[in-house]
Design a protein around this ligand. Sequence first.
Ligand code: SF4
Length: 327
Amino acid sequence: MKDEVILEVSELVKHFPIEQGLFARSTTKVHAVNGISFKLKRGETLGLVGESGCGKSTAGRTIMRLYEPTSGKAILNGKNLFELDTKEMLAMRRRIQMIFQDPYASLNPRMTVGDIIGEPLDIHRLAQGQKRTDRIYQLLETVGLNSEHANRFPHEFSGGQRQRIGIARALAVDPEVIICDEPISALDVSIQAQIVNMLEDLQDRLGLTYLFIAHDLSMVKHISHRIAVMYLGKIVELTESFNLYESPLHPYTQALLSAIPIPDPEVERTRQRIVLQGGVPSPIDPPSGCYFRTRCPKAMDICASQAPEMRDMGNEHFVACHLYSGK
Ligand code: SF4
């Protein structure tokens, strides 16, 4: 992995206004993403992790312009994706693609697998006739399927196979970056490992860069080089994968890690789980100061009045918490 930054997201905000009544103009908003920043380095996998509703998928979809951003920047190859017009954004989708959690919902049930994979080739005018057919067969083989699958429909495949079809479709345009939006969450545990191994293999062979979104730290452990932990629309900790599992700093990360079962019965018996009190606050009306303070076992007075800034703890480790003063 090199240190070249391929995608830089700065202060990304996405709020959804809530419309109340037919003509009402409401100022109430869902604060889905509240100013997240990160750099994606060429060839790496950055895990973006947090509980359901923390804004991680919204962040991924906003970067792809499936939602329009409220503010912020996403610079890919020197261009701000949020300033591109429809035609320019379409062209940019050759460089950045997305795969989705529910492969069945994201594949058109009335199209054959060959046409699903061939559609991006048509949109970007990359191949026609026999060349198109050959490319579809090649993509099917790349994801562990074969040319006979091209004439079948999505419902004829298992969940794992459908995810492979979704990956083949994303690969059709030869992208540099793939946003993987919980690509294994809906799959059986035995299949999850196969998909993760395939994504790692593809990364090595094709030099891909992944933003890998997941709701559970155990899912991203093996695939991620670095991990960003999100809570209520903000990144609270960001560091190399090894650092995060060995020396988590943020109380929320510590709680998430303590919930992962350990596959050693001796160690598992003595595992101390940090049980967080209460539920995740509403993103319509997040708490003052640190958004995590209503559940944090270490909250102090300052946590209610001041939002903690992201602090550099050295060694590529960043944390947003008043317990740390940084360097
Ligand atoms: Fe807990 Fe305060 Fe740190 Fe927030 S800033 S995580 S409330 S100690």
